[in-house]
Design a protein around this ligand. Structure first.
Ligand code: 5GP
Length: 216
């Protein structure tokens, strides 16, 4: 069955573990495209340009912004981050869903522009656990950890704008929850190709003898 692809956004405070769930989602749903954002933040040692992010100089980022290359962009923890229009529109146009790991400002903007997007907020079990995880990760200086922690309450206050809330306590369960949310959203009747109430689909279904499956 042919369904309309959509944008699946995961947001949550820095250190909650969003990026851990990118790979399981892509493995389970090969049609899903991970949108690689652009950023002006420094590359971490394990990161590769073009894989986690497109790492840009500030001037380059601003130039692309002016040229309208970003679907949304935001300043997050002192650096610029932006979702490239080409990453999202290219995949949707090819019938693929798009996975975004972006902050709450970005998530809200995506929903404004693409109302059938799905926003999932990943919440740490507590602020204390968030702090421990950020420090254990060891990717940021003490000053940057403090900045990320200080920004967390304001991000969490945007939770009411999100469609789903998942507490990342037990990794395996969080993974299952995210896979279940994505799959349920794929199966929404509204996403059937045809008119919005599904009548075009039903007419075609009743006429054509071929068997159907829900799709991958
Ligand atoms: P990090 O520097 O830890 O990779 O990411 C910092 C924050 O920026 C995270 O909350 C991440 O989700 C967010 N982020 C990454 N890419 C984008 C983007 O393209 N747009 C927005 N608005 N936020 C992003």
């Amino acid at each position: 069955m042919r369904r309309r692809p959509f944008v699946f956004v995961i947001s949550g405070p820095s250190g909650v573990g969003k990026s851990t769930f990118v790979r399981p989602l892509l493995e389970r749903f090969p049609e899903l495209h991970f949108s690689v954002s652009a950023t002006t933040r420094r590359r971490r040692s394990h990161e590769r340009d073009g894989r986690e992010y497109h790492f840009l100089e500030q001037a380059d980022f601003r130039q692309r912004q002016k040229a309208g290359e970003f679907l949304e962009f935001a300043q997050v923890h002192g650096s610029l981050y932006g979702t490239l229009r080409s990453e999202v529109e290219g995949a949707l146009g090819a019938g693929r869903g798009v996975l975004l790991d972006i902050d709450v400002q970005g998530g809200i903007e995506i929903k404004r522009q693409l109302p059938d997007s799905v926003l999932v907020f990943l919440l740490p079990p507590s602020m204390q656990v968030l702090e421990q995880r950020l420090r254990q990760r060891g990717t940021e200086s003490e000053e940057k950890v403090a900045r990320r922690l200080a920004n967390a309450p304001a991000e969490i206050r945007q939770l009411s704008k999100y469609d789903f809330v998942v507490v990342n306590d037990v990794l395996e369960r969080t993974r299952e929850d995210l896979l279940a949310i994505y799959r349920s959203e794929v199966l929404r009747r509204e996403r059937l190709r045809g008119d919005a109430d599904g009548n075009a689909f039903v007419d075609e279904y009743l006429k054509a003898p071929a068997a159907r499956s829900s799709g991958s």
